[in-house]
Design a protein around this ligand. Structure first.
Ligand SMILES: *Cc1c(COP(=O)(O)O)cnc(C)c1O
Length: 421
């Protein structure tokens, strides 16, 4: 009964689990209202009353700005679009450098490429996995126009340190807050500390409308530029009297009325949905605090991690088991666990090509040691925080981890016998 599944025992998770879908009757009611009105989008790509969209879009943006305590919230059809709009709003153009972390969703870096800029990959902080302020400070050059810091896994990066650095150099700080809506740093909402913040509303994120995103800022000029990128700004600059923004190529990054209505309902439920995750996290923290050499995220006073995923760092020497074997054995139990997060982006063929033609950079050029280590040997994460009935499955998780950690030696022998790395 206590035998690890990898060594022939029963699985701790006998039945496959499904991931939580955050939508329900409230979203259905919101969509029904929009369908009754029959107006699915009200944007017009020219200056005038509908340049900023229809009533649902406007309601969502007012509610979002109020909730997060910012002057402007602009909806877009994805966080990828939002990041691109933010990079353009920041004034990034041909061959301007933008500092980004290596381990993040690829859109953080492709947004820079889309604007003609040069993504500069700089290493992460050992403790949080987020972009390292010390490393960024060393990588800033006269060409640096912006920094995109990611609040990775749902936890706060050193956003205040990064903001100070950006202000000292007169450059723009963009927070990619796709994974951390409702998270905080020193009591302040993540996404609202940089000059621009971007949230995702795609179906994998805590709150969603299928596909969607929001850009926030307290700066009127940045907000106007984001709105121009979102909605064919070239048609609007004359009517709006902002010819200084004639550098902007407008796209169609508009959110529909249906999505806006869903997103507004989801915003009302953000705390409820974050609370579900945090209850699961409390159980996981209890579980992992029993083991040496397995570290989980810990909030500093005033901070709030909201756990897009549950991050874990394993030190093989102390834990007595390698990250790879730990993940392999837990996967055999059927547990929701994954190793490494994403490959450092500069290894992808796209960025390798760009690096060869001096359109992307890595600092240091041989690769970022923390990102490499997290990917290859130290980092793993659990997705139990977004499993349906995750709280009820905490017992299964404890059983799985208990079995693995009490059979470390046998598992290592098994690994050797299989010739696995
Ligand atoms: C999900 C995600 C994005 C992209 O979001 P979309 O809305 O799918 O475009 C960007 N950055 C990070 C860190 C993400 O997790």
């Amino acid at each position: 009964m206590n035998r690890p599944a990898l060594l022939g025992g029963e699985k701790s998770f006998p039945t496959p689990f499904s991931f939580l879908t955050s939508t329900g009757p409230k979203e259905l009611a919101a969509v029904t209202e929009v369908m009754k009105r029959g107006v699915l989008s009200e944007f017009i790509g020219a200056s005038g009353p509908f340049f900023m969209g229809g009533e649902q879009v406007k309601h969502l943006e007012v509610a979002w700005a109020k909730y997060f305590g910012v002057a402007h919230a602009l909806s877009v059809n994805s966080a990828t679009s939002g990041l691109h709009a933010a990079v353009v709003a920041a004034g990034v153009s041909q061959d301007d450098e933008v500092i980004v972390p290596p381990q993040t969703m690829s859109a953080t870096a492709t947004a820079v490429v889309m604007a003609g800029g040069i993504p500069v990959f700089v290493d992460q902080d050992e403790k949080t996995g987020c972009l390292s302020t010390a490393a960024v400070a060393k990588a800033i050059t006269s060409r640096t126009k912006a920094i995109i810091v990611v609040n990775l896994f749902g936890g706060p990066a050193d956003v205040f340190g990064m903001k100070k650095l950006a202000d000292q150099h007169g450059i723009i700080l963009i927070e990619d807050n796709a994974q951390a809506p409702g998270g905080r740093k020193k009591g302040q909402m993540l996404g609202t500390i940089g000059h621009l913040g971007v949230y995702s509303l795609n179906c994998h994120k805590t709150i969603q409308c299928g596909e969607g995103g929001i850009v926030v800022t307290n700066n009127d000029d940045l907000a106007r530029r984001v709105a121009l990128v979102r909605n064919h700004g070239e048609n609007a600059v004359q009517g709006m009297g902002c010819l200084q923004d004639s550098d902007i190529v407008g796209y169609n990054y508009r959110l529909t009325e249906l999505q806006a209505a869903i997103a507004r309902t989801q915003l009302d439920r953000l705390e409820e949905l974050n609370d579900i995750r945090l209850q699961i996290v409390a159980g996981l923290d209890d579980l992992f605090s029993q083991f040496k050499g397995i570290l989980f995220a810990k909030d500093k006073p005033g901070d709030r991690h909201v756990y897009y995923i549950y991050p874990l760092w394993i030190t093989e020497k102390e834990a007595g088991i390698s990250r790879n074997l730990f993940v392999h054995a837990l996967k055999a139990e059927g547990a929701p666990i994954e190793g490494g997060y994403v490959e450092p982006l500069y290894r992808l063929p796209l960025f390798q090509n760009l690096i060869r033609s001096n359109k992307a950079k890595v600092v240091p050029s041989e690769g970022c040691p923390v990102a490499e280590k997290m990917f290859s040997t130290s980092f793993c994460y659990s997705t139990l925080v977004r499993v349906e009935n995750g709280i009820e499955l905490l017992g299964n998780m404890a059983a799985a981890v208990g079995k693995v950690m009490s059979h470390k030696e046998e598992l290592r022998n098994w690994q050797e016998s299989q010739g696995l790395p």
